[in-house]
Design a protein around this ligand. Structure first.
Ligand code: NAD
Ligand code: ZN
Length: 259
């Protein structure tokens, strides 16, 4: 892992355009469970079903009770971890420009990143199904479910449910950022939710070096990504940040999945 961290540091140091694509994995160390894999919170319901727009429209009170309220309580308490802080540090160092995130938890902004594309929308806001008015989630009274707008309409998270379209502006900008970057860090995403998973493909096809940070290999590993730094987002980002902060340029190589 150390040799690959050093290799990433070298590449990041010389790149002019750097982007990151993050998924639920980067927020696990902040206590927010992912939908898939170990540590999933929802045992009685499949989040892929309950987080579907059809499920919400069929029974908003149920989806609020088992998914939205639970997520609201967790996200309200969550703080950025070393993974988020590392990306904020990279921006402060002038290395990273844009974070494309699939997460709706707002932790990248809280850590200090200023250009965050929220690919799946945000949990910070709720939107009225009837009049489209937005309300800050922290101001929503969730004592009666589903919560309602002043007009009487039902409030829904201003996030993308399964079965819904990606906000077009987020999609277009992400594609542009992916096509322009020289390095893309792909952190904590299983890379199976589309179209987010196609951003590293666009980056690689446009000539970028794609570096994955994940404790597990993904469908990108060895196919799209140049290499995988296998580990938790927090510890790997700490390694990258201290490598970049140290003045000595290190030039060790590392195992590469590329032919
Ligand atoms: P995902 O598909 O992005 O999978 C999580 C990935 O994180 C896995 O590949 C796993 O190996 C990796 N991982 C586990 N621990 C890690 C660590 N410490 N550091 C780095 N990587 C780690 O995410 P999902 O849970 O299947 O979610 C699907 C979609 O649901 C997301 O794209 C997102 O829109 C939404 N979601 C968001 C949040 C959030 O906002 N924090 C949480 C759950 C789900
Ligand atoms: Zn309304």
């Amino acid at each position: 892992m150390d040799a690959l961290v050093a290799r990433a540091v070298d590449r990041l140091r010389s790149a002019r355009h750097v982007a990151a694509l993050t998924g639920a994995g980067i927020s696990i160390e902040s206590g927010i469970p992912p939908f898939r894999g170990k540590g999933g919170l929802w045992e009685r319901f499949d989040p892929m079903e309950i987080a579907h727009i059809d499920a919400f429209l069929a029974d908003p009170a149920l989806v609020w009770r088992v998914l939205v309220k639970e997520l609201k309580d967790i996200i309200d308490r969550a703080q950025p971890n070393d993974g988020h802080k590392g990306l904020a540090r990279l921006e402060a160092m002038g290395i990273l420009q844009t974070v494309i995130t699939q997460n709706i938890d707002g932790l990248h902004q809280l850590a200090g990143n200023t250009d965050v594309i929220e690919f799946h929308g945000s949990f910070a806001w709720q939107r009225c199904l009837q009049c489209d008015q937005r309300v800050e989630t922290r101001k929503v009274d969730a004592s009666v479910l589903p919560p309602r707008c002043r007009c009487g309409g039902i409030l829904r998270p201003d996030a993308v449910f399964f079965g819904e379209m990606i906000p077009p502006a987020a999609l277009w900008r992400s594609q542009e950022v992916a096509a322009r970057c020289e390095v893309m860090l792909v952190i904590g995403t299983s890379a199976i939710v589309q179209p987010a998973a196609s951003m590293p493909i666009i980056a690689r096809q446009s000539g970028a070096v794609v570096i994955e940070i994940n404790p597990e290999p993904t469908p990108l590993t060895g196919v799209i990504s140049n290499y995988l730094i296998q580990g938790k987002a927090g510890e790997v980002m700490n390694g990258i940040v201290s490598g970049l902060e140290s003045t000595t340029a290190r030039t060790e190589g590392g195992l590469d999945f590329r032919p």
